[in-house]
Design a protein around this ligand. Structure first.
Ligand code: HEC
Length: 103
């Protein structure tokens, strides 16, 4: 838990490819990969399409971080994204920023 927090804090602080690799790891170990791909449809919308949708939306980073943890439905279609309680707030913030940067 502590290690995960430190890792995601590092991922936020270091805009290097190493940090990106850590987020990529987070996306795979935190279950997102079960439903999402970066640039194609799976059960959920592709992360790049999500980034494009919110490109001019300044509040998106915070809202998406919240949605990552709480889940929800109806923005992209009738399929529900379940809550992801295994994701900490810091990890959700890191993932949200990473997704929005994929545009
Ligand atoms: C069981 C499948 C599933 C898992 C696991 C999952 N998602 Fe999703 N996700 C979805 C679906 C379905 C939607 C579309 C929900 C909607 O239409 O409101 C979605 C939507 C999203 C959105 C866009 C939300 C919006 O309101 O535009 C983001 C960002 C997102 N997911 C990130 C993640 C991240 C990060 C993880 C891993 C921590 C994750 N998802 C895990 C199925 C999943």
């Amino acid at each position: 838990m502590k290690t995960a927090l430190v890792l995601s804090a590092l991922a936020v602080l270091l805009p290097s490819s190493a940090a990106l690799a850590d987020v990529d790891e987070l996306y795979k170990t935190k279950n997102c990969f079960a439903c999402h791909r970066i640039d194609r449809n799976h059960l959920g919308p592709p992360f790049k399409t999500i980034a494009a949708k919110y490109v001019d939306d300044k509040g998106a980073e915070v809202r998406l971080a919240q949605k990552i943890r709480e889940g929800g439905v109806g923005v992209w279609g009738p399929v529900l994204m379940p809550a992801q309680p295994q994701v900490t707030e810091a990890e959700a913030a890191t993932l949200s920023r990473w997704i929005l940067d994929l545009k």
